[in-house]
Ligand binder design. Structure first.
Ligand code: NAD
Ligand code: MG
Length: 399
């Protein structure tokens, strides 16, 4: 590849952040890590900053930042360490940053991701919640700033790879009749429905095919992850919700498909390993190695497909309804889900209660149009308050 490109990594200590650094480590001549950002895991970020000789580190937590600063100084590193949400957003806008990996989990990733978009960067988007909650607003900002949004989510990255040459997210895809998102079905695809209220956070996080952070693992178990991905696909590929289908494909070998007007279906296949979409996005439109082993189709033998079970997994239907309603509904859906998933992980809500809480919050919060970022932030905050109070009121009933 040509000149070395600077990359800032938001959420560097997480699953996607670490996989991104693993790919970059294979190509030190092509990429320079200029900035690392995370919430509070200072030991990990100090190790990363030393290994990649990073100029700037930002931690949200002030005390963790102080510890990182001391540890880096003691190691003789020149790394600058800052703290707080504003510092995180500011650190992705400098001229030395060509690309930003947006891999913070949840709505917390919105402001730095938006800052990167507004600065016209190439944004590698893993943080689907930031897009789902802002909807068209984020896509409009991308267009206005001349930024590029490259999807990291394996399904959307697969679709991006199957789009016509020269296609960029936000464009209307010529000749495309629909896209098909594949879903593994998660750890509870065949679990007895009567057992679902009693499943534990560790069982929900034991995904059969992917190793991921705990929030997205729970989303995969409820199928809310696929619901968020349906909304994500409507926005990235400018398609109505009716043209985004979901197919359960337990082997997780086909990562998604695009159907064209002539009947052709293009699919992207690969081992279920996030280093492939990360490498594709880092190098696009070129190709680089990712460290992922090649796929042995003979060993896999069979590929299976099933319809999703909307009764067992109500979150998928809730997300589709929110996509159709539009306005602040996806914002409300995402916020209620984040609160409910955290309550489930903390043992304050049972697994089935997650969809119950989201459903109730959606029924009580009217959808309103999204004209400015303030509309999104207000709807997000109100939905969180509602979800928290519903969970508090129902403690005992759901836990
Ligand atoms: P993770 O929990 O492993 O990592 C989350 C990262 O975000 C950490 O670095 C953490 O420090 C940081 N973070 C958490 N809260 C923060 C806050 N308030 N402010 C700043 N930073 C904060 O999560 P992950 O699995 O790497 O997922 C990250 C994002 O990528 C999510 O949006 C997820 O949906 C998406 N994604 C992940 C995968 C996967 O395979 N892990 C696949 C597709 C999409
Ligand atoms: Mg995905």
């Amino acid at each position: 590849m040509s000149a070395q490109r600077g990359i800032a990594i938001l959420g560097s200590t997480g699953s996607i952040g670490r996989s991104t650094l693993a790919v970059i480590a294979l190509h030190p001549e092509a990429f320079k890590v200029t900035m690392l950002g995370a919430h509070s895991s200072w030991q990990t970020i100090v190790e990363q900053a030393l290994a990649f000789q990073v100029e700037t580190v930002v931690l949200i937590d002030e005390q963790a930042a102080a510890q990182a600063r001391a540890a880096l100084a003691a190691a003789g590193a020149k790394t600058r360490v800052e703290s707080g949400a504003q510092a995180l957003a500011d650190a992705v806008t400098g001229a030395e940053v060509h690309m930003v990996m947006a891999a913070i989990v949840g709505a917390a990733g919105l402001l730095p991701t938006l800052a990167a978009v507004r600065a016209g960067k190439r944004v590698l988007l893993a943080n689907k919640e930031a897009l789902v909650m802002t909807g068209r607003l984020l896509m409009e900002e991308v267009r206005r700033a001349g930024a590029q949004l490259i999807p990291i989510d394996s399904e959307h990255n697969a679709i991006f790879q199957c789009m016509p040459a020269g296609y960029l997210p936000g464009d209307v895809p010529a000749g495309v009749t629909r896209v098909l998102l594949t879903a593994s079905g998660g750890p509870f695809r065949t679990t007895d429905v009567a057992k679902l209220p009693h499943v534990t956070p560790d069982e929900a996080c034991a995904h059969p095919k992917w190793k991921m952070g705990r929030k997205i693992s729970v989303d995969s178990a409820t199928l809310m992850n696929k619901g968020l991905e349906v909304i994500e696909a409507t926005l990235l590929f400018d398609l109505p919700e009716t043209k985004v289908d979901v197919v359960v494909h337990p082997q997780s070998v086909i990562h998604s498909l695009v159907e064209y007007a002539d009947g052709s279906m293009l699919a992207q296949l690969g081992a279920p390993d996030m280093r492939t979409p990360i490498a594709q996005a880092l190098a696009w439109p070129e190709r680089i190695t990712s460290g992922v082993q090649s796929l042995d189709l003979i060993a896999i033998g069979q590929l299976g497909f099933e319809p999703p079970d909307y009764i067992r997994f109500p979150c998928l239907a809730l997300a589709r309804a929110a996509a159709r309603t539009g306005g602040t509904s996806p914002t409300v859906l995402n916020a209620a889900n984040e609160v409910a998933v955290q309550a489930f992980l903390d043992g304050r809500l049972n697994f089935v209660g997650i969809s119950t809480v989201i459903d109730k919050v959606l029924q009580r919060a009217d959808s309103s149009p999204v004209k400015a970022l303030g509309d999104v932030l207000d709807a997000d905050a109100a939905a969180r308050r509602l979800a928290v109070s519903l969970i508090e009121l129902s403690s005992g009933a759901f836990a």
